[in-house]
Design a binder for this molecule. Structure first.
Ligand SMILES: NC(=O)C1=CN([C@@H]2O[C@H](COP(=O)(O)OP(=O)(O)OC[C@H]3O[C@@H](n4cnc5c(N)ncnc54)[C@H](O)[C@@H]3O)[C@@H](O)[C@H]2O)[C@@H](O)CC1
Ligand SMILES: [K+]
Length: 507
């Protein structure tokens, strides 16, 4: 799914009105109706006596809030309405003010210095600003945003007010803190960035029927990867396929005390569907490996505790390097030698492989085209340098991908996959339970497997991240966020595939 910029959304909005032959207030009515239905399902179905306070701004976000207030009122819900006192309002905002007046619903005007007297236990609907915010809110707004933030339950319409859809918002700027954001049609970039964590707990995307063609015509490098994308990208298996069809993955990693990392990568590679998997590990892991996971083939290094040389990788369709590998001197030397040699395999580097790389920037140029790198924040910093905010981080990472023709994953709540072309995909699956030891090793196994199966590197990256998150979501459903572990993610890869392929029936 494309994520248009705020500017592009405005023009899609206009084209929708034009192409569908509706008035702009009809589109606003649709947006408000979508929020109303979501509130009905999420709140009123469980607590019908809930009362609401709507705080509306002067633009169309405020207009949405006013229309919603009317819908709540007409359903018999107690609703108090505050409207920002300004000389001018958007036309659809005025239209909705008039509608409220006709129904005798009182609007209280407020100024930035006012102390609002509303019931702190009501659900507060924040409809001050949406994607029309042109710059971060000035300090004058702090009084209002802080009063809103004293409420237990805040719902934001489209965006937490103060958060810019795709521009810079600093920690010091006044921003509303919402428990739930009902955002229209597409998640705005700000909702997907880690630095927005203080401004919202979760969001829901509400379809308001913006014109599909207008969305398709928009040129953007920013995408939100969802189930419908994964359904299209999934490679179907066919009756006459054999294990050779699905490639042979190689996992290189493990060291004394960290053999488990290589085990998890290897097992998840096979569970993701590659035909064969081989692990290359130090000798100390051999027995444990073979007893844990008989389907794997195991090659051992000459040394007991760590890797001192690399196998010939040309036999394998894809190679994942680094999980639990450690970075003692001999391992580093072996890895550097490996990078310097010509090789014919598709590559993914994780954990210690990235650490070694980042400590030796002269090696960056040796990365084969489309190598996938999956750094943690600290590792990422060593690759691209420090950043001032999430948008700055993305720009620097984009520069790195373009320069070295590689694919970078910025792992997190909405893992971002950056491609050398400049395109970027935010992931839509996954949960906080996946912040657990070994979760990254599982991802490396999944990505190596998909590369081995012949998925193009970009598809392997975005589809793999999605699959990993989806398996994690299934694991959370069974064990809960606290108790799920990385091996539970592996066990639920099958459920993730069932969800993507729409079927749990095999004939
Ligand atoms: N295409 C869509 O997705 C639709 C959007 N709608 C709503 O329309 C919103 C966008 O409406 P608008 O473009 O009117 O914008 P907003 O309502 O977000 O904000 C516009 C107002 O904010 C003021 N403003 C901007 N930056 C400011 C700043 N830093 N400090 C103080 N004031 C500032 C402007 O002068 C203007 O009065 C969306 O977020 C959504 O809620 C819906 O009504 C219908 C469809
Ligand atoms: K808002």
């Amino acid at each position: 799914m494309k994520i248009p910029s705020a500017q592009q959304l405005k023009s899609i909005d206009k084209q929708t009105i034009l192409k569908q032959g509706i008035a702009s207030f009809d589109l606003m009515e649709r947006a408000a109706r979508a929020v109303f239905e979501a509130i009905r399902e999420d709140i009123l179905s469980k607590a019908p006596a809930t009362s609401f306070t709507v705080i509306a701004g002067s633009g169309n976000n405020g207009g949405d809030g006013l229309a919603l207030a009317r819908m709540l009122f007409l359903s018999g819900i107690t609703v108090q309405v505050y409207l920002y006192k300004k000389e001018t309002y958007s036309a659809d905002n005025l239209y909705n003010q008039q509608k409220l007046a006709e129904l005798g619903i009182k609007m209280e005007y407020f100024d930035l210095s006012d102390q609002l007297s509303f019931d702190r236990n009501s659900v507060l609907v924040d409809a001050l600003f949406g994607f029309g915010l042109t710059h971060a809110l000035s300090e004058e707004w702090r009084g209002i945003t802080e009063q809103i933030n004293t409420c237990k339950n805040v719902i934001s319409v489209d965006l937490p007010s103060g958060l810019r859809a795709d521009g810079k918002t600093e920690k010091r700027n006044p921003v509303v803190r919402a428990q739930m954001v009902y955002t229209f049609q597409v998640p705005k970039v700000a909702l997907l960035l880690p630095q927005s964590a203080d401004s919202m707990e979760q969001f829901q995307v509400l379809d308001i029927g913006l014109d599909e063609e207008a969305v398709q015509e928009v040129e953007t490098d920013v995408y939100y990867y969802t189930l419908s994308d994964a359904k299209k990208d999934l490679k179907k298996r066919r009756k006459f396929d054999h294990k050779g069809t699905y490639g042979h993955a190689l996992i290189v990693g493990g060291s004394f005390g960290k053999i488990g990392a290589a085990m998890m990568s290897t097992k998840s590679a096979l569970k993701t569907g590659c035909g064969m998997v081989t692990a290359y590990i130090p000798k100390c892991g051999y027995t444990a490996f073979q007893s844990y996971f008989p389907e794997a083939m195991v090659l051992t290094d000459a040394y007991d505790d760590h890797i001192t040389s690399f196998p010939s990788v040309n036999l394998y369709s894809a190679t994942g390097i680094g999980v639990g590998m450690g970075k003692v001197e001999e391992t580093v030397a072996a890895f550097v030698l490996f990078l310097k040699k010509k090789k014919d395999t598709r590559l993914i580097l994780d954990a210690d492989a990235i650490n070694i790389l980042s400590e030796n920037p002269e090696l960056f140029d040796l990365l084969p085209t489309n190598t996938i790198l999956t750094p943690h924040p600290k590792e990422l910093e060593r690759l691209i340098g420090t950043w001032t905010n999430d948008l700055d981080k993305i720009e620097k990472a984009k520069g790195f991908c373009a320069k070295y023709h590689c694919i970078l994953l910025i792992k997190g709540a909405h893992t971002l996959t950056l491609l050398p072309s400049g395109k970027m995909y935010f992931n839509s699956t996954g949960n906080e339970g996946m912040a657990t030891a070994g979760s990254g090793d599982v991802l490396t196994g999944i990505l190596t497997s998909l590369l081995a199966q012949g998925y193009a590197a970009e598809k392997a990256a975005v589809f793999g991240v999605f699959l990993h998150g989806l398996a994690g979501d299934h694991a959370k459903k069974q064990y809960g966020a606290q108790s799920m572990t990385a091996t539970d993610i592996i066990s639920h890869l099958s459920d993730a595939y069932f969800t993507i392929s729409d079927s749990d029936i095999t004939f």
